[in-house]
Design a protein around this ligand. Structure first.
Ligand code: SF4
Length: 212
């Protein structure tokens, strides 16, 4: 795909949705970090339902740590893999208090040292909470980047590197949200809705559908 096409794709994404946001509910960097850890292999809607009860009761590392694994599990037991997520969150909270004065660190290294925090989660927090130029590649972004030709790659790291290189600089900060939303609602995994896709004329996917 050439640079002019990429520029036009992101210009249209921006035109349609000038301030894209994550669909996870949060009101601080810490809440976002916890929500993203909980969201692995789960839906944002499911996570939001759980955190809507949890955060009013405990929304600091010390307060969630004080709940303990069992106490926290009561709030998140509707979420997949809640047992291991509860353990990771409690340990993460302990480390945030011990190593970071109860604050969420703003570097990749420090974030990835926390249990339950991998490269993708670190990228989401750095980008969404701290507005750093990072690119978290999830299953939606991986699919959209490959299908369209915006940033084809064999694995998530390759796609991440290509997006960082090829997305026009003025759109880089918000590209993550646009691509996720596009994958979640338009460029669906099984049946992409090419018939109602705003970038259909620019997309280089060979097997477009007429679905809308
Ligand atoms: S045209 Fe189809 S394959 Fe291409 S981005 Fe749109 S929905 Fe996805």
């Amino acid at each position: 795909m050439n640079a002019a096409k990429r520029l036009e794709i992101f210009r249209r994404f921006h035109e349609e949705n000038p301030e894209p946001k994550t669909e996870l509910a949060y009101s601080s960097a810490f809440e976002l970090l916890i929500a993203v850890i909980l969201s692995a292999q789960s839906t944002d809607v499911g996570v939001n339902k759980a955190t809507a009860k949890l955060f009013p009761v405990a929304n600091t590392p010390a307060a969630i740590h004080a709940l303990g694994v069992e106490g926290l599990s009561e709030y998140i037991k509707t979420i997949g893999l809640f047992n291991s997520k509860a353990k990771n969150v409690i340990e993460t909270c302990r480390l945030l208090v011990e190593r970071h004065g109860g604050e969420v660190p703003q570097t990749r290294e420090a974030l990835e040292a926390l249990p339950g925090v991998g490269r993708k989660t670190a990228n989401v927090v750095l980008n969404t909470a701290f507005r750093q130029l990072t690119m978290a590649v999830d299953t939606h972004i991986f699919r959209v980047s490959n299908r369209t030709g915006i940033a084809p790659g064999k694995n998530v790291v390759e796609v991440e590197q290509k997006l960082m290189k090829f997305v026009p600089k003025e759109y880089l900060l918000d590209a993550h949200h646009w691509l996720i939303l596009h994958g979640r609602y338009v460029c669906l995994a099984r049946k992409p809705r090419c018939g109602s896709c705003r970038i259909e004329d620019l997309c280089e996917y060979k097997q477009k559908t007429s679905d809308d």
